[in-house]
Write a protein that binds this ligand. Structure first.
Ligand SMILES: NC(=O)c1ccc[n+]([C@@H]2O[C@H](COP(=O)([O-])OP(=O)(O)OC[C@H]3O[C@@H](n4cnc5c(N)ncnc54)[C@H](O)[C@@H]3O)[C@@H](O)[C@H]2O)c1
Length: 364
């Protein structure tokens, strides 16, 4: 349902590292404005409001959600609070754009999606990796059939020393749900499935490792939360394999920290019968049909769906002029289901399948 007003007034819950760039992105849209923010940490809240010219600062989420001049809420807090705050915001009559990962588990995510449906409000996940111009061009080539039949997708993000600030919520299972898998793995899992155009694998296998963070090694430094000496008990390396009923496979390799030649190596590579591509690098590989000469094209030109290249602009346009949501909630749910499956497989050492309700079940 389109909003009556053309201006989408945002309330931000969470004034940490990511909220600074997110607020700038909202405010760059002619019909978007961050009018209120809230954080449990008064200084971080003041810093965000001052930096982004946000007029109202609230101490509690209740106060922000009571504000009738807030139409939509962006939630960027530790993962544990994603779903409770989303449900609270939806029940308060707000549209919600939530940070990744959706939830700690699929059951929680499903509950939030159900509340959105009941309240008739838009709920989406801000999967910013989908919006890069180069990635969108590769997506356009895939959808046009230029790669032929895609039979394998290889998604990888290796950081050599990139654990968010140690001693914060990021490294704690109770607060974050998982480590590298939920922090950066979710991005490339989502991107791989989005490019492939299929979110329904029949089986997944995963393994996770904790080799650096608990020893105080592998620190990156992302995040504004204070180091409170919170125990590190999550994965800093994760790997997985997804199988689809048509034989397609997707592999996922993710590290917050590992020994490697490069400081950072990340992309989603597509293998098709007519061509291949690297999405993040925006490179397209295929032979010239007439000469057989092998062609490698940097930044292939194709009409892209979201020229604004912004998750927030997509959300605002969706609410005001009915632009298609790039991240329908069903896709976000499917990604969460797969994350559950990878975690269960890692814990049991078994392949995981999904029942009809989407619950991950380890095979016998
Ligand atoms: N899309 C992306 O690329 C991207 C990048 C970084 C982080 N994120 C996500 O954004 C979220 C926040 O990450 P960050 O890097 O800003 O973390 P951060 O540690 O820098 O900030 C988190 C903030 O949340 C506040 N907070 C904690 N509990 C709260 C509560 N119950 N209510 C209100 N505020 C609360 C903290 O005081 C802190 O200011 C996480 O879910 C993370 O996964 C997404």
């Amino acid at each position: 349902m389109l909003m009556q007003t053309q201006q989408v007034r945002f309330g931000f819950i969470g004034a940490g590292a990511i909220s600074h760039s997110s607020a700038g992105d909202v405010n760059r849209h002619a019909n978007g404005k961050v009018v209120a923010a809230q954080d449990l940490h008064p200084q971080r809240l003041q810093e965000l409001c001052a930096a982004q010219n946000i007029p109202r600062a609230y101490a509690t989420a209740d106060e922000l959600l009571d504000d009738p001049n807030v139409d939509a809420v962006y939630i960027a807090v530790p993962n544990k609070f994603h779903v409770p705050l989303t449900i609270q915001a939806l029940r308060a009559g707000k549209h919600v754009i939530l940070e990744k990962p959706f939830a700690l588990n699929y059951a929680e995510a499903q509950e939030a999606a159900d509340v959105a449906a009941t309240m008739g409000k838009t709920l989406t996940l801000g999967m910013n990796q989908r919006f890069e111009r180069g990635t969108q061009s590769i997506k356009a080539l895939v959808d046009r059939g230029d790669l032929g039949e895609i039979y394998h997708v290889k998604a990888y993000w290796f950081r050599r020393s990139g654990i968010p600030k140690l001693g914060t919520w990021f490294g704690n299972k109770q607060l974050a749900g998982a480590g590298a898998l939920y922090d950066i793995g979710v991005h490339f899992l989502d991107l791989a499935l989005y490019l492939l155009g299929d979110f329904e694998p029949t089986a997944v296998t995963g393994a996770t490792y904790t080799k650096f963070g608990h020893l105080g090694l592998g620190a990156g430094g992302w995040g504004k939360s204070d180091n409170e000496g919170i125990a590190f008990d999550v994965d800093d390396f994760a790997t997985g394999m997804l199988r689809f009923s048509n034989g397609v496979s997707v592999s996922l390799d993710i590290s917050w920290a590992c020994h490697a030649e490069e400081h950072n190596r990340a992309d989603v590579q597509l293998y098709g019968t007519k061509g291949g591509a690297l999405a993040k690098a925006s490179r397209f590989f295929r032979p010239n049909e007439k000469t057989g000469e092998y062609l490698i094209t940097q930044d292939p030109q194709a009409p892209i769906r979201f020229p604004h290249c912004s998750r927030f602009h997509n959300f605002i346009n969706h609410l005001t002029v009915g632009e298609d949501l790039c991240v329908p909630i069903e896709q976000a749910l499917a990604v969460q289901r797969i994350l559950d499956g990878l975690n269960l497989s890692a814990a049991t050492g078994k392949e995981v399948r999904f029942d009809e309700a989407g619950v991950a079940l380890a095979t016998a």
